[in-house]
Structure formats: C-alpha cells, structure tokens
Design a protein around this ligand. Sequence first.
Ligand code: HAM
Length: 427
Amino acid sequence: MAYSAPRGTVDLLPQQTKNWQYLEQLLRTIAFNYNVKEIRVPIFEHTELFNRAVGDTTDVVSKEMYTFQDRGDRSLTLRPEGTAGVVRAFVENKLYVNPDKLTKLYYMGPMFRYERPQKGRQRQFHQFGVEMLGLENPEVDVECMVMAVTIIESLGLQNVKLHINTLGDEISRDNYRQALMNHFKPGLNELCGDCQARFEKNPLRILDCKVDKDNPLITTAPKTIDYLTPEAKAHFEKVCALLDDLEIDYMVDTNLVRGLDYYCHTVFEVISEDPTFGNAATLGGGGRYNKLVQEMGGPETPGVGFAFGMERLALALDQMELEDDDALDIYIMPLGQEARDLSLQIVTMLRANGFSCDMDYANRSMKAMFKTVDRLQAHFAIIIGEEEVKNEVVNIKCTHDKQQETIPLEDIVAYIEHHLEGGHEHE
Ligand code: HAM
C-alpha cells in the first residue's frame, strides 16, 4: 500500500527547504531590524478562541477549521491563523505589563484551513506574522505597512501594490452596518443562502462572499469610508499622510474589508499584479484590532498586525537564482574496508573540529566518488587506500588548484585550516 500526503499538504524537499531557510533568515533579519521579537504559540488552541476572535460568521471559522475532540473531550482546533493565539498568549502571560508600551511580536509556522487546494493555496500552509500591541497611534499602523513593504522589496518582488482601507471605529462600523442592511434588504433573496444568514448576524461578511462576489448588489454596496466618525477619518488621514511622507506607494481600495471579524480602522493587503501568482495574488494582509485584547480577557490594549503567506513568498524565490553557499569542506574517499574504518574516525574527528564533511560508505569506484566530490562542491577530497592506512597518511587534494599532497594523519586539521584560511579561492 502506497500512501500519499493528505490533500492540500505538500512535502518540502531539500531543493525547496534551501529557499525556505533563506526566506526564514531574511524575515528574521528584517524582524530584528524592526525590533520585533519572536513568539512561539501552540499549533492548536481551544476552538472557542477562534470562534470568538476570528468570528463565527467568517468563512475561516464556519467552513474552514480543522476542529476535533481530544481524548479528554475538549474541542480543539488547529490554528487557522496566528493573531488569536498570540493575543491569547499576550493576555495569559501579561505581556501588557511593558514599560515600553508597545510590544512587537512575530511568528512563523504552519496554519490550517480546509480550503480548495490550488497554486499558492493549501490546507496546511505557513504564515509569517507580526503583531504590535499597546498603542493606537497611526504611526504603528504605518510601521506595520512599511515592514510588509520592506519584506516584499527585500525579496526583489516587482509589481506589488499596497492596498489600504479603513473600517473605522465602533460607531463608524455600526453606521456602516445599518447602511449595508438598508442596501441589501430589498434584494436579499438574490443572494446565496449563506449571505441571507449573514444579513442579520454580520452583513459586512456578505462583502467577502465567494459565491456572490460579482453580484451587482455587492459591487454597488456602500463604502466604509463614507460612514466614518470624524475621529476615525482623522486616524485614516494621518495614516495616509505618514505613508506619503515616507514615499510609500499605496492605493486606497474602498472594497477592501478583510475576511476576519476583529478588524477596525486601518486594513491593508499586499497584492501582486504579476500573473504568475494567479489566484494567490494576495501575498499578505492585516490591519488594526483595538478590541481583541479586551475580548480575550485582557486590559484595553489596541493592536495592529499583518501576516504573509510564506508559500506565496517562496514562489518568488523559485524565480531567483540563490547563491549556492552550502559547499562541503571535505569529502573522504576510502578504498577498501580498512580505509573505510579509518575514514569513519577521520570524518568524526573533522566534524568535531567544526568542518563540514562526509565520506563514502558504499564501496564505490574512484570515479563515482570523484563525481560526488563535484556534486557536493567539496573544497578537499581525501583519498585513503591500503598503503595510506599502513603508513598512517592520507592523500589530500584541493579541488580548486588540483594540487594533491600526502600528509600524516595528525596534520590533517592544521593543513585544512591553513588552506581554507590562506586562500580565498576556497570560500
Ligand atoms: P489572512 O488574510 O487570513 O490574515 O491571511 C494572511 C495571508 O495568509 C494571506 O494573505 C495569504 O497569503 C496566506 N494564506 C491564507 N490562507 C492560505 C492558504 N489556504 N494557503 C496559502 N496561503 C494562505 C490573517 O491570517 C491575519 N491573522 C493577519 C493579521 C495579523 N492581521 C492582523 N495581524
């Protein structure tokens, strides 16, 4: 019986993990530059957390969660996103007691959504996310957006646009909700069953319905921006002015409402116009959530954040020629059993001295072993035959200048150190 990976999951093979490690390192470096610290939270949480934080009427909660009862009969859910868990941890560990007033956190890891798999959309996917908790200043919204743009630029991605919009504060949202209800009421029976249910509970969610997205009732719906309180309008205008000052390229997209319930004020998405991304053009998104910490049982603490889909960022790396810097220092080529025994000792000793090395265990021909040296781009090949074992020496060949020398066993480390340091041709 042959097994295949579950639908919507993928194996990342060594050729891909190299790109992923590069991506992860780049993201960590950018996070470090922004003074954003890493947090690691569980991959599953109590189901109730997501129902409450992300919202019962969202597609993510109502259609896409991996929910199960554990053996203690608790309802648990594989996290569909990172914000809820991070906010839960922020409250539980009292991270709000912070003299700096702003707590900046990032996370990276797998998320799970039961979605129809396609290029750039999986059931197990990965996010890099950032949450900034503690202040409602527009500067912090802008810091998040600038960080998102920096990530895109560092990856060398072209034709990517920052779309921004505002949902306003609670009063703005109430006004808007009423306007949406007035708008949808006369044509309600033209919308799908889900939308009819959303109408009473959460009419905003009608706007991100995948079934009705081209229905004229949706395309002509009122815009959040027309229902803002003066304070909410001022917040958004300041965000835009700060982005202008920083010469960040963005567009106000009044249709952008995001698919999760916790947002208020600024929302944004980073969208690629490059056709290679197809339906996975939204590389990342985020926004402000000023009530979530309180809803999770913490003190009133505003927050803002974003997350990128890492598969989508990795697609960009597939198109880049990454520099190959994983050349091995040494490959050992034994000829015969005794030489192999000695090689195992040498390979162990060299690794203990901090060198990267490997050896042949397969008793292959000299020609086959030299091919491996090429494939691994090893700086040195060490060749050991019966004679060398007897005389306690090895033949060492530098693959760069093709020089070969016979040296005593005890000189190997010094020889390699000298040559690796001495000639930059080995780097
Ligand atoms: P989101 O828009 O649901 O936001 O997801 C963020 C990103 O995750 C998307 O833009 C997309 O790139 C990626 N993504 C989502 N679903 C999939 C999937 N099935 N396969 C591949 N990639 C996917 C959030 O999750 C919010 N927690 C972001 C946030 C953080 N807001 C504030 N703080």
